[in-house]
Structures are given as C-alpha cells and as structure tokens.
Design a protein around this ligand. Sequence first.
Ligand SMILES: NC(=O)C1=CN([C@@H]2O[C@H](COP(=O)(O)OP(=O)(O)OC[C@H]3O[C@@H](n4cnc5c(N)ncnc54)[C@H](OP(=O)(O)O)[C@@H]3O)[C@@H](O)[C@H]2O)C=CC1
Ligand SMILES: CC(=O)N[C@@H](CCC(=O)OP(=O)(O)O)C(=O)O
Length: 344
Amino acid sequence: MTLSVAIYGASGYTGAELIRLLTVHPDVKITALSAESNAGKAMADVFPQFAAYDLPRLTTIADLDLAPVDVLFCALPHGTTQTSLKAALETRPDLKVVDLSADFRLSDPAMYQHWYGHAHQAEALQTEAVYGLTEIHREAIAGARLVGNPGCYTTTALLPLIPLVGAGVIDTDNIVVDAKSGVTGAGRAAKVATLFSEVAEGFHAYSVGNHRHTAELDQELSLAAGVSVAPTFTPHLIPINRAIYATIYVTGDPEAIHATLAERYASEYFVNVLPFGEVPQSRHVRGSNFTRLGVVADRRPGRAIVISTLDNLVKGASGQAVQNMNVMCGLDETTGLKQLALFP
Ligand SMILES: NC(=O)C1=CN([C@@H]2O[C@H](COP(=O)(O)OP(=O)(O)OC[C@H]3O[C@@H](n4cnc5c(N)ncnc54)[C@H](OP(=O)(O)O)[C@@H]3O)[C@@H](O)[C@H]2O)C=CC1
Ligand SMILES: CC(=O)N[C@@H](CCC(=O)OP(=O)(O)O)C(=O)O
C-alpha cells in the first residue's frame, strides 16, 4: 500500500528535510505541501535541489485538500500548530499526524502554559498525543493518532538519560546537560540572531537556566525515574549547520553506566553505543538518523561523562518523524532511513 502524505510547513528546514527523506521512501507518495509566505510557488523555487522531483505546488493550509491524505506531517512554528491540527483532525478524524513543533510534547496543560506563556488551544489533543521518542515509547506510538515529535536537544539528552535513570545507575539529583546546536535548529525564517555575522567565529550559550526543552527533559526523566527529576540544561549555538552535541555529567559507576546503555540499545538500529571510553563525533551522524553515544570515566571515581550526538534535522526532527510514521503505519521502522552519515 502506498501512503498519501501531506506536509504543513514544507518550505521550512524540517519540511524540506522530510521531503529529502520521503522522496526515497518506497511506501510514500507526497500529495500535498503547504507554505505561508511561499504559498503559490513550486518547491524547486524555494529549494532548487528538488527540481528533479515531481512535487505538488505549495499551497496555504486553507487551500490544502486533506481528503486523499493518510499521514500529515506538521512542521509549523510553535503556537500556530495547535489550531491548524485541531482543524485538520476535525475535518479528518482518521488522519495519522506527526507534529514536529513543541505544541503536543507536554502532556500537562498547566506545564504548557507555564513554559509557553499561553493556554493551549487544543487541550483534548494535547492530552491524547503520544511523546514521539521512538526507542522509548514505540508501543504507544504504534497505536497513536497524534504523535508529538520531541525537540532536538531533548532527543539527544533523553536517549542516554532515560535508561540510566530507569535503571537507577545514576544520581537523579546530579545531572548536567551541556548541549550545542547547529544553526539550522533555529529554522529558516530570517532573524538577526542567525545571520552569518552573528554566528560565525564565536559561540555562545542562550536561554541559560530557562530553555523550554527543560520541560520535556523534566517530564520524560521524571516518568522514567518514578521521582521528580530536574536536570541542569544549558544550550549553546555553534557556527555549523547541522548537529546537536550533548556532553552530560552524571554521578554513578562509569562501567555500569556504559553496560546499561550498551544492553538497552544492543538491538536498536539507530542508537549506537561506542566501546567504553570512545568519544562520538557529530560528523559521523550528519545527514543520518543515527544517534551515537559514548561513556568516559571521570578522573574522580563515581563520576562519568556521557556524550550523545545526532543531526538536529534528521533524528532530532524529520528523521525521527518518519521513523514514527513507519511505526504508526505498521512498516519496518527503518524504511527509507538507512542512509549513512554524509562524511567527510
Ligand atoms: N530546525 C530544527 O532543527 C528543528 C525544528 N523543530 C520544530 O519544527 C517546526 C518547524 O521548524 P523549521 O522547519 O526549522 O522552521 P522554519 O522556520 O524553517 O519553517 C517554518 C514553516 O512554517 C511555515 N509557516 C510559518 N508561519 C506560518 C503560519 N503562521 N501559518 C502557516 N505556516 C507558517 C513557513 O512557511 P513560509 O516559509 O512559506 O512562510 C515554513 O514552511 C518548528 O516548530 C520547530 O521548532 C523541531 C526539531 C528540530
Ligand atoms: C538553535 C535553536 O535555536 N534551536 C531551537 C530548538 C529547535 C528544536 O528542536 O526544537 P523546537 O521544536 O522545540 O524548537 C531553540 O533553541 O529554540
């Protein structure tokens, strides 16, 4: 069976990355694409790399026909998503939806209001949505109609930390996540903060002590640990296009930490645990859906440094979204996603 797929927000970075992945997916046909300022254009006018593909023209969401669609990917800015998806699911309650924004990641409406500064516009859907960290919530995702794809920083940090807090091999009160992102993490819309001259030849922390991905970390780590967990998290912007690179400081026996991760991910295709003491590099995941994890012993006994890296546009967004679609539609989870990293 060929799945008919639509993308809201196709003219952005994650929308374009979805198209790059889905054009080689054997079970998918892209039947509708939306844009806002770019509505009316051909996709190749926005991203010339797609000129070789026969893709639908970009329309506004209002003009997009959902009637033939089986799966809807939503790659819109936060806040715009909840009303758009509420309307889509009222029109087509049988749609399967993967949302890449933050609108359906937090299950508690009060928590959403606290971190995003306004009441959620689709609370019933917020409660229904499943958190789309595939390796952790695979069974729930398989039965879901709406999946809230995790943030890029959170996927990077949660893949190593959830098994560790779940197994009780680290101290849940002493977790520090020091993470770096490439600039595509901020999207394609023009902003002074992402100009070349603002980003090149330097780097800086931002949203220190209050980045909204902290809420996702707390939600998922507390669920896995069974107690309240509130890690320290600091994001940084670095002058490269793609990658999240998280250096995570934890308290616990380094070899037990490594053994826990190696065992947990032994049969997971997209999560690779390196031999003890080896350090992953972002260039080895660039363009791929893989996450690479390393564990190194700190010089102080009983402490370890866990390093996790992925491509923010692939496993951190569009790749994991396709992985979730595969799970929701009963396909082999790796379908269309086996590309290796683009290196060098
Ligand atoms: N970039 C990343 O690495 C990651 C992003 N995400 C999340 O995914 C979502 C998309 O991100 P990204 O692709 O980077 O963002 P972009 O800014 O690159 O793209 C946004 C898209 O949404 C469209 N759009 C903007 N405003 C509206 C509106 N009011 N109504 C309808 N459509 C609108 C844009 O259309 P047009 O350009 O034609 O105006 C464009 O297609 C965001 O919620 C983001 O936080 C999640 C994980 C990682
Ligand atoms: C570099 C950069 O600006 N990154 C974005 C995170 C992108 C992402 O994963 O997540 P969301 O879907 O939650 O936006 C930020 O810090 O807001």
